[in-house]
Ligand binder design. Sequence first.
Ligand SMILES: *Cc1c(COP(=O)(O)O)cnc(C)c1O
Length: 425
Amino acid sequence: MTITHSREYAQKLDMEDSLASFRREFYVQENSIYFDGNSLGLLSKRAEQAALDLLAMWKQEGIGGWTGGEHPWFYLSEKLGTQMAPLLGARPEEVVVTGSTTVNLHQLAGTFYKPSGRKTKILADSLTFPSDIYALKSQIRLKGLDPDEHLVQVKSSDGHTIDEEKIIEAMTDEVALIVLPSVLYRSCQLLDIKRLTKEAHKRGIVIGFDLCHSIGSLPHELSDWGVDFAFWCTYKHLNSGPGGVGALYVNEKHFGAEPGLAGWFSSHKDRQFDMKHTLTPAEDAGAFQIGTPHVLSTAPLLGSLPIFEEAGIENIRRKSLKLTRFLMELVDQELHSYGFHIRNPLEDERRGGHIYLEHPEAARICRALKEAGIVPDFRSPKGIRLAPVALYNTFTEVWDCVQALKDIMEKETYKKFKNERGVVA
Ligand SMILES: *Cc1c(COP(=O)(O)O)cnc(C)c1O
């Protein structure tokens, strides 16, 4: 060990932190350390105000809110898509706020999965979030095919990460569509989106990404990389609140593609109220909306997105990497004798915004952490995710969290809890 960190050093890092002032924008509870912003981001005061303003608009204007006021609801999904586009490295018209991760995956697979001839398979990975796999299997079934045969899941050799080489090897001439996460939800591995997209396109395969764990945490260059489509939720790093409306990206080269799941909100805005039985789809990503937007669950983004614009996603990424690096160094320094294993990739360019520890007693260690006022994220059977978020967490909190863990292990206070997960974990 060459460096020895201290609480004073953590405080010094906080003093030097150019994003430190953003913490005051959020409802951070006293005597609590929130390291679960990658599952549900905290409420910001601006997001709260945006939701209240929306309620006031409804109260005062009734149906007039669809076309009146500062943010007419009829155009809200497109407007927020435009505002979000810089986080994706996308053109404004390539992004729309709509649906949810899973619904948007159904929409995009319903649109871009076109099995024909030899090309009938979907390529995914074996570590991705279950909902994505359920959706892909049902899309295969809807085409009259057998998921056991037509869904190919690239295996992991270490149980935590997926080798990009293996993904590329699996891009055979039987693959019609590839869907992968940008950042794996457990191990936090960041895949090389640019390289995978290039390799898919060399083979004439359409490729899309689930950005749930990278959006708002790190920058993307979707347009430059030529990614065909992407989808994500907004309640994790983007802090839109529980069930906040998700979003999707469709590369402009696919504009005009018939939406797999059409509805009247797929319409060209000027034609929607013609009420014809023949759909005239929007000429941009808006075509992939389905029905009336969930305006109340969209509103918080009006407050939350400007925070990202002001902070700058490059700065957020820089601090995030520094926080997770610091956390890993402290785990090495303080917890090496207690049986924790860091299972996320260690390199900056292969790591997203959280740290993934494994320990056989993880479930009850997480309970002890909660009792100590720290909110981690338990992932069955033995995973602990810790997400120090750049916009509202501090280096001192990282220090205090590791000291709390050390205390729990030293005094074995975790032993008073059962080592099993709750219903939601
Ligand atoms: C959080 C998450 C989801 C959740 O999907 P919803 O439709 O929003 O419930 C899906 N995929 C990944 C990778 C996630 O991290």
